[in-house]
Design a binder for this molecule. Structure first.
Ligand code: SAM
Length: 353
C-alpha cells in the first residue's frame, strides 16, 4: 500500500495479488482447440492417460454408489473446468450434477457442452439435470448458491484442482467444506492432485530450484523448508498450465478432512493406480481405446471427430519417437515423468454416530 492510493486502486491491488484472480484469468484465457491441434501436442497421450484414470476412478465410485442401492445419483464437480468429465457423468448414469468453477469462461463452455450433449442425446436417453455456478470455491460457501436448499450429493469430484486452495488454511478448509458438507453419509469425495512428497523429492534431487523436462517445469522459490500452507511453486505444462500452485501435504489434508467426518479410503500414486486398474479387462480395453491411435471420442473436445485418420498421423509420429514404452507403450518418458507426480484420493463420509 502506498500513500495516496484510493479505495479503487487498493481493491485492484488486492485483486492482483489474489491467486484466485490469477487462476481464473489464466483458465479463462485458455483457448478451446480441436482434436487436430491436440493430437499434435507433446502431451497428447498424457492427457488421454489422465482422462482414462479419471474415467476409471469415476466409473468405479459410481458403481459403488449404485451397489449401495442409490438410484438417483447427485454429483458435485468442484473445479469442473470446461466440462472435461461431462461424458463420464453421462456414462455413469447420474441424475443430477452441479458444476462449479472460479473461471467464468470455463463454466460457460461447460454449460454449452452440456446443452450440446443434451441436444445430441438419444431419444429415450434421460440426461442428468445440471446447475452451473461461477464462484471461488476456496472463498465462498457453495451450499448457499445451490438451487435446492436440501440438495445432498453422493459424490464430490475435485479433479486437478485442490492444490490451488492450499494457499492458506482458510482457503484449503473452505474448499474442503464445499466438497464435504453436502455429502450424504457414505458419500465420496474423490480427486487427483500433485503428490507433495514426489515434488519435494525431485526438487531436493535437483541442483537448482526447478526440475522437469521439455514438456513440464516445476519451479519453487526456495528449498529446504516447506510451510504447511502457502508453499508455492509454478507448474508449467506445455500449453496447459502456468499458474501458481501450492503443495498439498497429504497427511494434513487427511487430518483436516476429519473435521467433516471424512475417512481416507484410498490414496495412490498414478503409477500404482494404473498398475492395479490395468489388470481389469474392462479398464484395460478402455485404456486401449483411449490411448490407441484410432479415433476415439476424446472427452475433452468441443469439435467433432472429422477426418480423424489424418489428425492422428501426428500422434503416430509421436508414438514412433516415444523414448520409453510406459505405460502400455504410449506415453513418452517426458509425459510419464509429468503424469507420475500426481496421486488419486478417495474419502468417504462416515455416518454420524
Ligand atoms: N476438473 C477439470 C478437469 O479435470 O478437466 C479442470 C481441471 S483444471 C487443471 C483446474 C480447474 O480448477 C480450473 O478450471 C480452475 O479454474 C479451477 N479452480 C482453481 N481454483 C479454484 C477455486 N478456488 N474455485 C473453483 N475452481 C477453481
Amino acid at each position: 500500500r502506498q500513500e495516496g492510493d484510493d479505495e479503487e486502486v487498493l481493491s485492484t491491488k488486492k485483486q492482483m495479488t489474489d491467486h484466485g484472480v490469477k487462476v481464473a484469468s489464466h483458465y479463462n484465457s485458455l483457448q478451446e482447440v480441436g482434436l487436430a491441434v491436440r493430437s499434435r501436442s507433446r502431451i497428447f497421450f498424457m492427457r488421454n492417460f489422465n482422462n482414462w484414470l479419471k474415467s476409471v476412478l469415476i466409473g468405479e465410485i459410481l458403481e459403488q454408489v449404485q451397489l449401495e442401492g442409490t438410484r438417483h445419483i447427485s454429483v458435485l464437480d468442484l473445479g469442473c473446468g470446461k466440462g472435461g468429465d461431462l461424458l463420464k457423468w453421462r456414462r455413469g448414469g447420474i441424475s443430477q450434477l452441479v458444476c462449479a468453477d472460479i473461471a467464468a469462461v470455463s463454466v460457460e463452455q461447460c454449460q454449452s457442452r452440456y446443452e450440446e450433449m443434451k441436444k445430441k442425446s438419444r431419444i429415450n436417453e434421460k440426461i442428468f439435470t445440471a446447475q452451473f455456478i461461477t464462484t471461488d470455491c476456496a472463498k465462498e460457501v457453495l451450499s448457499e448458491k445451490l438451487d435446492g436448499p436440501e440438495l445432498m450429493f453422493d459424490v464430490c469430484s475435485c479433479q486437478f484442482v485442490y492444490h490451488y486452495s492450499f494457499e492458506s488454511e482458510q482457503k484449503a478448509d473452505m474448499m474442503l467444506r464445499n466438497a464435504c458438507e453436502r455429502l450424504k453419509p457414505g458419500g465420496f469425495f474423490i480427486g487427483t492432485t500433485p503428490d507433495a512428497f514426489e515434488l519435494v523429492k525431485r526438487l531436493e534431487a535437483s541442483d537448482s530450484l526447478s526440475f522437469g523436462n521439455e514438456i513440464f517445469k516445476v519451479t519453487f522459490q526456495s528449498k529446504g523448508s516447506y510451510p504447511l500452507f502457502g508453499c508455492q511453486y509454478h507448474f508449467s505444462l506445455e500449453d496447459v498450465v502456468n499458474v501458481p500452485e501450492f503443495l498439498v501435504y497429504f497427511p494434513l489434508l487427511e487430518h483436516m478432512a476429519k473435521r467433516y467426518n471424512m475417512r481416507l479410503v484410498l490414496k495412490q500414486r498414478f503409477s500404482e493406480f494404473f498398475e492395479k486398474k490395468v489388470k481389469n479387462e474392462h479398464h484395460r480395453s478402455l485404456m486401449m481405446k483411449m490411448m490407441a491411435l484410432e479415433p476415439f471420442p476424446c472427452e475433452d473436445q468441443s469439435q467433432p471427430d472429422t477426418d480423424s485418420s489424418g489428425e492422428y498421423s501426428h500422434a503416430k509420429e509421436h508414438y514412433s519417437r516415444a523414448e520409453v514404452k510406459v505405460p502400455l507403450g504410449t506415453l513418452s518418458r517426458s509425459e510419464w515423468e509429468a503424469a507420475s507426480i500426481y496421486l488419486v484420493f478417495v474419502f468417504q463420509k462416515m455416518p454420524r454416530g
